[in-house]
Structures are given as C-alpha cells and as structure tokens.
Write a protein that binds this ligand. Structure first.
Ligand SMILES: Nc1nc2c(ncn2[C@@H]2O[C@H](COP(=O)(O)OP(=O)(O)OP(=O)(O)O)[C@@H](O)[C@H]2O)c(=O)[nH]1
Ligand SMILES: [Zn+2]
Length: 292
C-alpha cells in the first residue's frame, strides 16, 4: 500500500501522485456505498497494481472541501484582484474570503496589474482589514518573489474575476506552466472564459496550485446556513469588537451600542468591508434553519 495525493480526476480515473510515480487508479466500490467521492487534493492510500495502475483504498479525513470545482484540502485561497480592466468589485473579494475563512483556508489578497494601476484603495482596505495583501504584476514581475514565498509548501487555489490575470501570474511564476492566456475582450471589459478540468500542479518554486476558473463563481450552494451562523467570525478584523456589543445576539447591522459599527465609524474597520458584511447578511437572510 502506498500513500499519495490525487492530482487529477478524469473519466472515473484518479491520478494519484505518490511522490515517485503517478498511478492511474479506480476507487473501490465501497466509497460509492458510503456516498463518498474521492476529490482532487485528497490524501489517499493506494493498492498498487502492475503497469502503473491501482485502487484507491482509503481517503484521509479532509481539512476542507469545495464543490465548484471539486477539490479538497486547500491550504490557501489566493484571491486575485485588479483595479485595471477588469476592475474587481471588493464585494467579490469579501464574499470569497468569508467562505475561505469559514472553511479553514488561509486567505491572500493579491492585487495584479500594478504596472497599469497601483490600486491604492484596494491595498488600503485589505491592509487595514488585517488580511495578507500583496501587489504584483504578471507583466513587470513586481511582487512575484513575495508571492512565491507566500505560496511555497502549500496547496493554493487561485480565484478571481475573469481576466484579472490568474493564468498570467501562474505562467510568470513558472514559465513551464503552459496555460492558455485569454485575451481580454475590450468590448466587454472582461476576459474570455477558458474552461479546464481541475488539476493540481506542482510549480518549480515548490508550491502546489489548483488552477480553476470555476472558483470565481462561488454559487449559492456555498452560501449555506453555516456561513449565516458564523458570518461575523468570517471577518477577522471584527474579532476584537464582537464581545463588546451592548446586546447579545447583535447582528452588527444597525443596533444601538454595536461595537463593530462603532469601530467602522472610527475607521478601525474598513467601511467597504462592513458594507460587504451587510450585503452578505442580506443575501443569507432568506436561508432558513429548517430548509437544510
Ligand atoms: N498590463 C498587464 N496585463 C496583464 C497582467 N496580468 C494579466 N494581464 C493581461 O490580462 C488578460 C487576462 O489575463 P489572464 O491571465 O487570461 O486572466 P485570467 O484571470 O486567467 O482569466 P480567466 O481565464 O478568464 O479566468 C491578458 O490579456 C493578460 O495579458 C499584468 O500584470 N499587467
Ligand atoms: Zn454588534
């Protein structure tokens, strides 16, 4: 039996990287009976067969999992943003980062295209929110060393609105990482969507990444009751204030004596982050406890 990580899933086969070889595996039937599907990113035990084949025998407990795309055990979500075309709506960053925090993923906000626009406002928001934030340019190479450092020894997923430069950054980090770089459609102000299957890639700098256009569309299935219950805790910069509101059960939306609202007024919590909180709060409101 050998241990490895599922690197790719395609047509019922799981490609398991054991560190020395890539085994083409089928999953044992028992998983289906248990309602368990092996996912890219899973650590598994494999029974080897001749000819580089094998069976997935055991799936190790997951740190987290995502539905779109189907991946497990993501250490860090790298949220790519830009203030050049196409501009990133901070709400998208905040929505994805809330989900990441809920799932136990680290978050890194990475502002790209700084050769065109330094995106000072975005940089300011995320620095004062206390989230790790980097400025890079896939074009000029600015900040790429810091990014390399931030993703090494981890499995990261790059997410961000279409055309923001995810593929370009990955290509700049590892020139052998040939990904199709779409042309930004000037007419639409956004990139053409190029779909690929989910796969883990090992970059030369020692980082693992899952490149996944689907990550930019966290759909309603990711907005769940758990997020509704935990919402204030998914904004890390709210933490120092959450226990100081006048009322227990404060929703931090409009209550008198709310310590979070006070921190927003005093400029200790970025206004735009709290605006995103309010928007998410409204989006999650219709979810009912009994509608599981
Ligand atoms: N000036 C400049 N252009 C960039 C930079 N990074 C990417 N681009 C351009 O932006 C466009 C979109 O880049 P992609 O890497 O395809 O963006 P993506 O996020 O992978 O897009 P999707 O595959 O649609 O999700 C391309 O024309 C790139 O050349 C940058 O740092 N500076
Ligand atoms: Zn409050």
């Amino acid at each position: 039996m050998s241990r490895g990580r599922i690197q790719k899933a395609l047509s019922g086969f799981y490609y398991v990287n054991t560190g020395t070889q890539l085994l083409q595996c089928r999953a044992r039937g028992k998983f289906r009976k248990e309602g368990l599907t092996p996912l890219v990113g899973d650590w598994v035990d494999v029974q080897e067969l001749p000819g580089g084949q094998g069976y997935v025998e055991r799936i190790e407990p997951r740190k987290n999992q995502f539905a779109r795309p189907a991946v497990a055990n993501i250490d860090q979500l790298v949220i790519i943003a830009s203030h050049a075309i196409p501009q990133t709506d901070p709400y998208l960053i905040d929505r994805v980062s809330a989900i990441a925090v809920l799932k136990g993923c680290e978050v890194l906000v990475c502002i790209n295209k700084t050769d065109l626009d330094p995106a000072d406002d975005l940089y300011e928001i995320y620095s004062s929110a206390g989230l790790p934030v980097l400025r890079v340019s896939a074009e000029s190479g600015e900040g790429l060393n810091q990014l390399t450092e931030a993703i090494s020894e981890k499995l990261s997923a790059f997410t961000g609105n279409s055309g923001v430069g995810k593929s370009s950054i990955l290509n700049a980090l590892d020139p052998e990482f040939h990904l199709q770089v779409g042309e930004v459609s000037q007419a639409l102000g956004r990139g053409r969507h190029t779909t690929r299957h989910v796969e883990l890639y090992h970059l030369r700098c020692g980082a693992d990444v899952v490149d996944s256009p689907g990550f930019s569309s966290f759909d309603t299935d990711e907005l769940n009751l758990e997020l509704k219950r935990e919402l204030p805790n998914t904004f890390p910069e709210f933490a120092p204030y959450l226990d100081h509101c006048r009322f227990t059960g404060c929703s931090h939306t409009k209550e008198k004596g709310c310590a979070v609202l006070k921190a927003v007024r005093e400029g200790k919590v970025p206004k735009s982050r709290h605006e995103s909180y309010l928007r998410l709060y409204e989006e999650l409101k219709p979810l009912k406890e009994w509608e599981k």
